[in-house]
Design a protein around this ligand. Structure first.
Ligand code: ADP
Ligand code: MG
Length: 411
């Protein structure tokens, strides 16, 4: 079959033509980096931080990028390995391959260097991290030297260091090392807002005031609308403004989630479709089908307690969270607890398990389609989600959309 290639990417960073420009924040970032300032870029998940960080640095003529991704780190030596791998990549461009290897074997006699990178033979207990990190910073210094200072050091998912054993001590150690590397811009990107805030804004933190903070906002709705509409034209699909507005709203403006919807829409809608509200629900239904098993399992499985399940259902139903009196007696009863403290515990547990997050005092669903699914299927999930029934307090929250809408229109 001759199908147009799907132009929507939702599972990796986007670049070049797949990257929707975000002029304002790009300029802000660029200005700071060019003047050699350190920068912390903080924002919610899947909102586009990594893509924009790379876009800006890659656009800096004559600059190299040490790209240190800490997403997967679990132990201290992983941090050093990530730094060294990133440095080796840059060094291989600016230096003789043999010299890079010489440096590596001089600095890392105890470590294995293979095609796939470095791994440390030393333990990870106690103060061992200093040895490995010390080596990593030797690499970084060499990289700065070999690039003649024309380099930006990018740490992505920087907050992950806090989760590692000795995390605080490691941060302190790194701060000491970084301070000695002057006039080189360091860019720290992170997604868990609280953690990043603590690192750069708590007086007691080693990185307090070590970087200027930019909060990464949601993409501007009109700009992204134009970007997305153009991509749909490849299949002559016309994205109607009201459907887009609704999509933007349910995804809270998170680029990655909007792209997920569009990817599914592009695959499943026939050529020439008007993507209006009605088609919107057709696509939503397909997303539900793809995810159904996983969604159901959240409410049926053992990962969440009964109270947490009830709570998540209630949160989905709350149009205006200010309307929920989280700590009132009635709400406690609805979710099945007996004290305000227990509500707090359940909220914290859901946040920790990353079902919800709270960037600004309101709770958001990490997966907005899960929230919609709960809303649309709330009549069906009553059996598993405790005391949720058609007559429960959230039964009237989504007039005009979703399940009801489709009942009314008979589709
Ligand atoms: N500038 C952009 N233009 C278009 N889509 C974007 C853009 N930035 C991010 N996205 C979408 O968001 C997803 C996540 O982007 P990413 O940069 O990894 O976000 P973050 O680092 O904030 O988690 C991408 O896979 C893509 O679908
Ligand atoms: Mg990222």
């Amino acid at each position: 079959m001759n199908r147009a290639k799907n132009p929507f990417i939702d599972d990796s960073i986007v670049s070049k033509g797949d990257y929707c420009p975000r002029k304002e924040v790009e300029e802000k970032i660029l200005k700071k980096l060019e003047s050699g300032h350190n920068l912390a870029l903080i924002g919610d998940r899947r909102i586009g931080k990594t893509s924009t960080a790379h876009h800006v640095i890659d656009g800096m003529k004559g600059y190299y990028k040490v790209d240190i991704d800490l997403y997967h780190i679990t132990e201290p030596s992983d941090i050093a390995e990530s730094i060294i791998d990133a440095c080796m990549k840059v060094l291989s461009h600016v230096w003789d391959g043999k010299k890079v290897l010489d440096l590596a074997s001089r600095l890392t006699p105890k470590f294995d260097i293979t095609e796939s990178g470095v791994s440390f033979g030393v333990g990870t207990k106690g103060q061992e991290y200093k040895k490995t990190l010390n080596v990593a910073f030797e690499f970084l210094n060499e990289t700065v030297k070999r690039t003649k200072g024309k380099v930006v050091i990018l740490f992505d998912e920087f907050q992950a260091i806090k989760e590692v054993e000795n995390g605080e001590a490691i941060l302190k150690y790194m701060r000491g090392k970084i301070q000695k590397i002057t006039r080189i811009p360091f860019m720290y990107v992170g997604s868990i807002r609280h953690e990043m805030d603590h690192i750069f804004r708590d007086q007691s933190s080693p990185f307090f005031k070590q970087a200027e903070i930019i909060y990464f906002e949601h993409i501007e709705a009109d700009i992204f609308y134009k970007f997305i509409s153009t991509r749909f034209k490849k299949k002559k699909i016309i994205l109607e403004q009201d459907a887009y507005d609704y999509l933007y709203q349910i995804c809270y403006g998170v680029t990655g989630d909007i792209q997920t919807f569009c990817r599914v829409a592009f695959d499943s809608l026939p050529e020439g479709t008007h993507l209006n509200i009605e088609a919107f629900f057709v696509v939503l239904e397909i997303i539900y089908k793809n995810e159904q098993k996983y969604f159901k399992n959240i409410l049926d499985g053992k990962e969440l307690t009964k109270v947490q399940k009830n709570l998540i259902v209630q949160l989905a139903g709350a149009q205006e969270q200010n309307d929920i009196k989280f700590f009132g007696k009635a709400f406690q009863k609805t979710i099945g607890v007996k004290s305000p403290g227990a509500v707090t515990n359940a909220l914290n547990a859901l946040e920790k398990k990353e079902y919800i997050y709270k960037p600004n005092g309101q709770y958001y669903f990490a997966n907005p389609f899960f929230k919609e699914w709960i809303l649309d299927y709330r009549y069906l999930i009553q059996a598993t989600a405790g005391n949720l029934t058609a007559g429960s307090p959230i039964a009237n929250t989504r007039i005009g959309f979703g399940y009801r809408q489709r009942l009314i229109s008979g589709s």
